[in-house]
Write a protein that binds this ligand. Structure first.
Ligand code: SF4
Ligand code: SF4
Length: 368
């Protein structure tokens, strides 16, 4: 395993982290906890969960109770999250998380799932950040962090607004352009950067031929290629993988074992591939993000990407709902006046208007 600094905290975290939302069977607490302990034995030191991931915190707790016995010699770091906004609610959620995990404190406590500037400002106005600071003074949390699905520009603004110790955000070879500016800003400002969804939410391993371009060595898998693309990025501390099995764990860890970096040519080869062989996909560059009536075009096109790669029309509404917080009943589906401005700006020359019509059709089918 290799270890990277987390911002300016002085901590070194494993370059591969354990994301706790993809356990195979959460009812099998013992089996899942064994996977967590195995990950720690293999060098993983960053464990990420959330109060809303079902029984994930309890599973981690079962593993941590064992791991704590040697925590001084073999450290590990715990991340969890709350999307609550008021001091009382945040304290209650943290206390629940600590109890479930059998811990006295959490290393990284996240303002969870900031979808846009508005949702950040609302929580800030309700006192969420002061509540976090109070919990930090009491020693119940070590570092105040944020997890976000915003664009790179919005992330940069938010990190300048508040000195979060680090940020957790979705990033992969599929959407690097969309968040690149935010990652650069985090690195420049000395914040830790933890990546979720480094495998495009499972799309990359499910389409190994399509993503073959991420492999820079004959013997590596697409999973390892996609992870090494991130491990190679000096701005990134840790890439979280949601493990379901020992085989997945070993495959990801092998990507970090003895990894000495990619040469510039290999990195450029991967980056440029998205604009050649993937010319029907939105790259998330954001050039179209100035719709006069407020259609969030990059978010809509990102969700259409999921459909193109998975072939499942339902994946559009799933992505819009779960990742972008745009429900089926949102008014955004009916806003487009077909003025064509976004298509003129599009670096991929995508048929955005036709895709928006298609998205509306698919989403409306599932409306109740
Ligand atoms: S075509 Fe539709 S989505 Fe594109 S800029 Fe015009 S109104 Fe916005
Ligand atoms: S300009 Fe085109 S490629 Fe870039 S985010 Fe918009 S739709 Fe995607």
């Amino acid at each position: 395993m290799i270890y990277h600094p987390y911002g300016t905290t002085g901590l070194q975290l494993s370059a591969i982290g354990f994301g706790g939302m993809r356990f195979l069977d959460q009812k099998d607490v013992e089996g899942c906890a064994a996977l967590v302990k195995k990950a720690h034995d293999l060098g993983i030191t960053y464990f990420d969960t959330a109060i809303g991931y079902g029984d994930s915190e309890a599973i981690f707790g079962a593993a941590f109770r064992e791991m704590k016995k040697q925590r001084r010699e073999r450290p590990f770091y715990v991340s969890t999250k709350t999307n609550k906004a008021t001091a009382g609610e945040i304290r209650r959620e943290l206390e629940t998380s600590l109890k479930r995990m059998g811990l006295d404190y959490v290393d990284f406590y996240h303002v969870w799932c900031v979808m846009d500037k508005d949702s950040y400002l609302k929580r800030k106005l309700k006192g969420a950040l002061q509540a976090f600071e109070q919990l930090q003074r009491e020693g119940l949390i070590r570092h105040i962090c944020v997890s976000s699905h915003q664009t790179g520009v919005e992330i940069e603004w938010m990190l300048q607004d508040y000195p979060f110790a680090g940020i957790l955000l979705g990033y992969s070879v599929m959407n690097y352009a969309y968040r690149d500016q935010g990652i650069s800003a985090a690195a420049r400002l000395g914040r830790g950067v933890v990546i979720m969804n480094p495998l495009g939410g499972g799309i990359i391993p499910q389409h190994p031929q399509r993503f073959d371009f991420v492999r820079t060595r004959e013997e590596e898998t697409v999973v390892q290629g996609a992870l090494r693309f991130l491990l190679n990025d000096a701005r990134i501390t840790t890439a979280l993988v949601g493990f379901s099995s020992e085989a997945q764990l070993e495959e990801a860890i092998a990507a970090a074992e003895g990894f000495a970096g990619l040469n510039a040519e290999a990195v450029e080869g991967i980056r440029s591939h998205l604009s050649t062989s993937f010319d029907e996909l939105c790259t998330g560059c954001g050039y179209c993000d100035h719709c006069p009536v407020g259609v969030p075009v990059p978010k809509m096109m990102d969700s259409y990407n999921q459909f193109m790669l998975s072939g499942r029309p339902e994946s559009i509404a799933e992505r819009l709902g779960w990742h972008w917080g745009i429900g089926r009943k949102s008014p955004v589906y009916d806003l487009c006046t077909e003025c064509g401005q976004c298509e003129e700006a599009c670096t991929q020359k995508l048929p955005i208007r036709a895709r928006l019509r298609e998205i509306r059709e698919h989403v409306q089918k599932g409306r109740k």
